[in-house]
Design a protein around this ligand. Sequence first.
Ligand SMILES: [Zn+2]
Ligand SMILES: [Zn+2]
Length: 317
Amino acid sequence: MRAIVLETDDVQVDMVRPAPIPAAEEVMVRVTRAGVCETDLQLIKGYMGFRGVLGHEFVGVAESGPFAGQRVVGEINCACWQCNTCRIGFPTHCPNRTVIGILNHDGAFADMIAVPQRNLHRVPDAIPDDIAVFTEPVAAAFQIPAQIEIAGTERIVVLGDGRLGNLCAQVLASMADDVLVIGKHREKLALLEAMGLKTALLSDDLPQRSFDIVVDCTGSESGLPTALKLVRPRGTIVLKTTVAGTQTLAWAPFVIDEVTLVGSRCGPFDRALNALEHGLVDVEPLITDRFNLSNGMMALRRAQEKGVLKVLLEMEA
Ligand SMILES: [Zn+2]
Ligand SMILES: [Zn+2]
């Protein structure tokens, strides 16, 4: 099969990669679409030291198991379901887990992928593949209201106008009136404005220490220091950014202003599928470009260019 494989210091399309062999609890999924995400670009730069097939945002058709022949999306954390962390209900934090396309488990930039059956969700017929491929990042956005209560009256800032920032802003705007997206890219902010969101440029004169919730989706080391300037005393910073390498920061303001810092990662697929089915989140305008899997290297380069939001991979030969 074809696959985009990350080896030490090298990423390439392998046209003759052997198909994965599903483990006991896994089924084979024939991938139809996959999405390139910031995490993939970070992995190529060395984040997590991952080696193998990249890709964790996908939709496909199950080849076996209870969903055989049906379209599915898959949660990316493959838990052991035996350990204490799993038993108390936090399988996404299982210390024995693998993570599809991120940690010791081959990913979805391939014709075939092996996925634990219990990670799979059936895709409602009303959601086309181009939309369903966004389930994983939309679920990550829904993790924010799963972790912190949103009453609807908060002043919320989303830092970052890229792929994840856009989705987080849309999800939060569906439950709160006052959501401001702060970014650096006029064309990406214009897209958010067309969706009905309030935006500002990072270089604008912004009110300091006045927002209840600040969500960092910048994917940049500068995100957290910026969030700290904007959040009010006793406010909450939600950190979505993962950066390869070490960050330094003066931590005293967290103590002095009693700021809550919430790390936020993977989220509920059922809520994401429901939002996509009912059009609560509009993902189609985020698709900047699409490439066949055979041209996977062009897709990865395109995803790193300025002004690009989501790049999709299509698997049709
Ligand atoms: Zn991702
Ligand atoms: Zn476990």
